[in-house]
Each structure stands twice: as structure tokens, then as C-alpha cells.
Unconditional design. Structure first.
Lengths: 290, 257
């Protein structure tokens, strides 16, 4: 009998352990852990674009989670999304002129609703509406302004060579496409460091078809997509003279440090923070400023 | 269930094995209500196939989680995404590694011993003796072992997954220095209760439990009553279980996705 009891106890322990593990997995490691259990009140916000915002996404103030997105529906008859936010009762001192913005956590992370406090003395009540909202910033649109589209270089039948000097070519490699208006018109023939001028000398082989490129065009090293490869983009100038074999492109723009660039957008995402970004001013060519 | 004539070709033999196996499953299910009066036997088997397998399951789960943490940290650091290590460890373990590795270990640890035990009962005429004494071997021998396997598998799988997460946390957070809060918050933000834990861990492991236990008791019950036959049946339990687990895993993933 004692033998039976020992295995019965062991079996019971095993079953309890198994269910404890299941409970742990279900409640501590899944999105269930994020659902707020305390009493909450509901606030509405209307967004022009919610991007990838999902239900149960967090609502944050100063980075601290104060609630979650309860529901997302399209406003009947309008082209705006009606987002209901369930906010914890403990945080009931939100000024009614606060601004709700859809942010992205990190570069590729999920989106969440950030609330920036206003200065009104009145606070949000249950069922109230946050009138001031800012839609999701479409990373693609932002980046599209900087980077052209991807694509492979044409098969080069005959080409002519032009030179361009960059202070920094980033990760530009031999064979990388040369593009104009996003279309591949040639490829990078060689990338060499100049031992005297201490910069990078890049030889570009451009297809003979494209012989009508003004000789004051600018060359820039861009990145295709977020983590794509780098390529040389030619931005046509206005000169009546055309580029010839062996010419040098004088106006060049070196590879942008993607980290710097994106850091400025995502960290200082709101317009109120724009000033420091403008002052440091490396996202725009310095020529425009001075 | 009798030995097939040796002249049948392999397709016919495989088909008849599968058919026999399916019929055997029906017999077991029919015997389950009768086996309820032998509930103590089921508990003893649960202790044997479940509680006794805990150590190997826990150790393996820990190491699987640790190696996942190492590998993922290495790859994700290329993209600067090491904060996603917790998420990927959890999803990989819940959806695939947890149920599959647990089932493979379970087949090796518990399935073989069930086959060998029932096979030896058959070889030493204990099953025939039970029938003589009007003790139903299906209800007293087969059904408790089958039930115990079906109950034990999901529980073992949950323990495996929990230890796997712990292993990933140990390597990722304690050794490689991922932020503890990031590790958990990324995980809880992405891992879904229904899609990952219920569909991944629970349904898969129950299905694997049924398949492994069925193959184990079937191979044991239909073994040729010789010592060579028992050895052969034990081997076949592992081989057939492994193939069935991996094939069924693909089918289940396709359906549960």
C-alpha cells in the first residue's frame, strides 16, 4: 500500500507540475500578460491612419504603459479610424487637450498609441474623445523620400566611364547599380581609396544609351530599402553640356549613416522635437542652409 | 492482427499495418470505459510514463532553450535585433520544438518500455493467462497505458516549454546581456495564447500523445511472441513514432496555422 501511495503522490505532483507549467506559459509569456485586469475607462481617438496598430496594443504615456487599445473600427461615413482606448482607472488625470500619436517601438517593432499631455486643467472623462491626434508615420513614405526604388542594372552593351569622389562610400561594392530616377543605368566599376586626397574614388560605368546626362549632375550613395544594399544615384543637373567618357562628377553626396538618419526620425518623431534635428541639420545638404 | 504472409508486397503490408492500427485504436477506445474500474493501474502507468520521464524532458528542454538563445542571439545581432531573442525562442519552442522534441523523447523513453513490457507479456503468455481468467487485457493492460500516454504528453510538453523559455532566458539575459524587461515584453507582445500556446503546445502534444501511445501499445500487443520479435517491435515503435510525429507535425501545422 505504501508503494502505491508513493507513486500516487509522484503522479499527483507530476500532474500539478504540468498544469503549473501550462498556466505559466499561458499567462506569463503570451499577450494575456499584457491585458490589464484593473478597472479601466474608455477614451476615443480618431486617426487619419492607424498604420499597423492592432487591438490590445499598448497605450503609453512617457513610455509607461497605462492601458491598451480596445477596439479599432472605421468611422461610419468618414475616412478616419475610430480607436477606443481602455485606460487604467489609476491614470485618470489626463488633460483633455492631450495629443494621441501612433508610434512605432524601435525600427521594426509593433505600433502603440502614445499620449502626450496637454496643458488643460480639465481631465478626460470616461467616453471622452481625444480631439488632437497624429496618424501613424509611414516609414515607407519617409524613407521613400530619401531612397530610390530597387532594381538590377541593365545588361551593359556599351558603356562610358565617369569618376566620382566620395568622402564616405559606406558599404558600396563593385557591381552595385548606378541609378537615375530609380532606374538602373549602369554599375560601379571600381571603388578605390585615393592615397593623396584621402577619399574614395569610384568609377561608374554608365550605359551608352544614357549619354544625355548633364555634366553638373550630382552623385549620391543611397541604400535601397532599410537593410538593402547600397547604390549610386545620379541626380541630373541643368547644364547644357553632357557627361563624356572620363569626366568627373564634382557634386557628390556620401553615404548617409542610416543609424543617424533613422534615429532622428524615430526618436524625435513629433514636430515639437523637430528643432534640435533641424539645428544639427545633417539630413539636408549643408549647401541649402548656408 | 495475425502475422501477414511473407509474400505480400511492402505496400500491402504497410496498408494492412495502418488498418490494423486504426482498428486497434477503436478497440482501445471501446475498452476505455471498462478500464475505468482499473483507474489505479492508469495512475501507476501515468507515474511510470509521465513522472519518470520528467528528468529527461526537463534537461532536454533546458538545453534546447539555451542553444536556441545562443544561436538566435548570434544571428539576430547581425540585424541589431537581439531584443527579439525572447520572442523567437518562445515561438520556436511553442510551435515546433516543444511538441516535436517532447514527443520524440517520449517515444524513446516511454514508448519503447511500454512496447517491451506488453510484448514480453505476450511472449510469456501473460496476456493469454489474463484472458483465461476473464480479465480483459485490453481494459487492464492496453487502455491504461494508452490513456496515461495521452494524458502525460501535453503535461510533459508544457514542462519542456517552460524549461526551454527558462534556458533561453538564462543564456540571453544572464549570459549575453539582453535586457530582462525587453526579453519579456517583446515575448508577451508577440506570443499569442490561442495561436501559440493552445494550438501549438496543447493540440499538437495531445495529437502526438495519441499517436505515440497507440504505436507503442499496438507494436507491443501484436509482437511475435519471441525475444527477437520483442526487440524488433521495440525498434519499430521508435522508428514508426518518429516518422509519424514529424509527418503529423507538418499536417497539423498546415491545419492549425
Amino acid at each position: 500500500m505504501s508503494q502505491r501511495q508513493s507513486y500516487a503522490v509522484g503522479t499527483g505532483l507530476f500532474i500539478v507540475l504540468g498544469f503549473a507549467a501550462l498556466g505559466y506559459l499561458a499567462t506569463q509569456t503570451t499577450s494575456v500578460a499584457n491585458t490589464s485586469r484593473g478597472p479601466s475607462y474608455t477614451v476615443e481617438a480618431h486617426f487619419a491612419n492607424i498604420g499597423q496598430l492592432k487591438e490590445r496594443a499598448p497605450v503609453k504615456v512617457a513610455g509607461v504603459r497605462i492601458g491598451q487599445v480596445q477596439s479599432i473600427v472605421l468611422d461610419p461615413g468618414k475616412e478616419t479610424a475610430d480607436v477606443k482606448l481602455a485606460i487604467d482607472k489609476r491614470y485618470d488625470k489626463i488633460p483633455d487637450d492631450s495629443v494621441a500619436t501612433i508610434f512605432t517601438s524601435g525600427l521594426l517593432g509593433d505600433q502603440y498609441v502614445g499620449i502626450q499631455y496637454g496643458s488643460s486643467a480639465k481631465t478626460m472623462a470616461d467616453g471622452g474623445t481625444l480631439a488632437l491626434t497624429r496618424p501613424a508615420q509611414q516609414l515607407e513614405e519617409m524613407l521613400g523620400k530619401f531612397f530610390g526604388a530597387g532594381g538590377a542594372a541593365d545588361n551593359l552593351s556599351g558603356s562610358y566611364t565617369v569618376k566620382a569622389r566620395f568622402t564616405n562610400v559606406g558599404a558600396l561594392s563593385i557591381g552595385a547599380p548606378v541609378k537615375m530616377a530609380g532606374v538602373a543605368i549602369g554599375s560601379v566599376q571600381s571603388v578605390k581609396a585615393d592615397p593623396v586626397k584621402l577619399d574614395a574614388e569610384v568609377m561608374l560605368a554608365i550605359d551608352k544609351k544614357y549619354s544625355q546626362i548633364p555634366d553638373d549632375s550630382a552623385a549620391a550613395v543611397f541604400t535601397s530599402g532599410l537593410i538593402g544594399t547600397q547604390y549610386v544615384a545620379i541626380q541630373p543637373g541643368g547644364s547644357p553640356d553632357m557627361l563624356k567618357n572620363g569626366d568627373e562628377l564634382v557634386l557628390t553626396q556620401s553615404a548617409l549613416q542610416l543609424e543617424d538618419l533613422i534615429g532622428k526620425f524615430l526618436v524625435n518623431g513629433s514636430p515639437s522635437d523637430k528643432k534640435p534635428a533641424d539645428n544639427s541639420g545633417s539630413t539636408t545638404p549643408p549647401a541649402g542652409k548656408h | 492482427m495475425s502475422a501477414q504472409p511473407a509474400r505480400d508486397n511492402i505496400v500491402i503490408r504497410s496498408l494492412s499495418q495502418i488498418g490494423d492500427c486504426a482498428l486497434f485504436l477503436l478497440q482501445i477506445l471501446a475498452a476505455v470505459p471498462r478500464s475505468l474500474k482499473h483507474v489505479r493501474e492508469t495512475v501507476r502507468q501515468l507515474w511510470f510514463v509521465g513522472a519518470m520521464s520528467l528528468i529527461i524532458i526537463m534537461v532536454c528542454g533546458l538545453f534546447v532553450g539555451m542553444v536556441l538563445g545562443l544561436q538566435l542571439y548570434d544571428v539576430l545581432s547581425i540585424f541589431g535585433g537581439t531584443s527579439a531573442t525572447g520572442t523567437v525562442v518562445a515561438i520556436a519552442i511553442y510551435r515546433e520544438l516543444g511538441p516535436v522534441v517532447t514527443a520524440l523523447l517520449f517515444a524513446g523513453r516511454a514508448g519503447t518500455s511500454v512496447t517491451a513490457e506488453i510484448g514480453l507479456m505476450r511472449a510469456t503468455d501473460q496476456i493469454a493467462a489474463m484472458e483465461m481468467m476473464a480479465v480483459d487485457p485490453m481494459a487492464y493492460v492496453v487502455a491504461p497505458r494508452f490513456l496515461a500516454g495521452v494524458i502525460a504528453m501535453p503535461l510533459l510538453c508544457c514542462v519542456f516549454c517552460a524549461l526551454g523559455i527558462f534556458g533561453g532566458h538564462l543564456v540571453g539575459v544572464s549570459w549575453l546581456g539582453i535586457d530582462n524587461g525587453t526579453f519579456w515584453s517583446n515575448m508577451t507582445a508577440t506570443v499569442d495564447l490561442v495561436k501559440d500556446v493552445i494550438n501549438g503546445v496543447l493540440w499538437k502534444s495531445v495529437a502526438f500523445g495519441v499517436v505515440v501511445s497507440l504505436i507503442a501499445v499496438f507494436q507491443g500487443y501484436t509482437t511475435p511472441p519471441t525475444s527477437e520479435g520483442v526487440a524488433y517491435a521495440t525498434t519499430r515503435t521508435v522508428v514508426a513514432s518518429s516518422i509519424a510525429i514529424l509527418a503529423l507535425d507538418f499536417v497539423l501545422t498546415a491545419f492549425l496555422m
